[in-house]
Design a protein around this ligand. Sequence first.
Ligand code: NAD
Length: 356
Amino acid sequence: MKQYKITLLKGDGIGPEIVDEAVKVLNKTAEKRGFSVAYEEAELGGIAIDHTGVPLPEETIAKCKASDSVLLGAVGGPKWENQPGSNRPEAGLLGIRGALGLFANLRPAVIFEPLREASPLKPEIIGEAMDIMVVRELTGGIYFGERGRTKKNEASAAYDTELYTVPEVERIARVAFDLAMKRNKKLCNVDKANVLESSRLWRETVLKVAEEYPEVELNHLYVDNCAMQLVRNPKQFDVIVTSNIFGDILSDEASMISGSIGMLSSASLGEGKLGLYEPIHGSAPDIAGMGIANPLATILSVAMMLRYSLGEPAAADDIERAVGQVLKTARTPDIYTEGTRKVNCKEMGDLVCSAL
Ligand code: NAD
């Protein structure tokens, strides 16, 4: 029987509650699909600061590197707000992505049919369903480029630099093309090639990589147009690939279309199979320990892990189908609507397991 090794980084706040439910679902899926999972826990964020003084202990990096994949809850909270910037829980998050060489961030924006009313967009714009995957470059561009303070015409000034190398663009483009091949073979490249030289290099490189994927239909949009098209006609998109800063903004916009933060999963991938999977929401200190957190974003992150790191797409489909089914009748308080049953975090995990 195939066995996968998963490192759990439960983190802070609601992190442990939601990861526990996701583990329950993963175990149930494994049983059904005939594989097994061995878990190793490691500390990240505030809990790691409490126990070791730093948000990302070396031992955590070693455990993550030795596993097939990593599942993260969330980090942070008021208790650690007075830590210096480099020692805050969130620094552990950036640190672990860097240490594992994760350069591609995958953010699906999916609307489950029963949650259509939660979207701020009109039903006729959303149509039957929406399923967009935003692929954001994570370790290059303006967030990491040269920056500084200077003077211009005697006035105080500041600058940041957008810089991409061809290999950096090639590798993120390949991630996006590979994903498009697994989905509907449609890829939209987003840049600002009408103005920025870095975007012109980006687009040239994407076009070169496209030659390796003749089956994928590629189109290009300027980022301003893409921001508009996402709310005008989101159905036109399947996979979107873009730079770090554009991806930061567009992935938030795309995810808002789906309406609820407790539903949104994400993946960070590198060169190999190992990936880091996590909900996009934070540690929700306001509801931590109350048992009412929505575990579905973490459960859907497990589905992504099965699909993109473990090569178990049928198990991923099972989980997504089960979540869609459960949402018809049961909701955690954050997505509750009248006519459905209000359930807590643990009950939601149990219901997804039963629907599997
Ligand atoms: P948050 O996402 O934790 O919470 C925002 C709001 O959404 C809160 O009202 C919260 O109760 C609600 N919410 C979030 N997830 C939910 C869930 N699964 N179920 C039900 N409700 C949910 O954002 P915040 O309040 O700005 O940040 C809290 C802490 O989390 C901060 O320390 C922040 O730095 C950290 N943070 C961590 C991550 C991460 O670990 N990836 C991401 C964002 C924020």
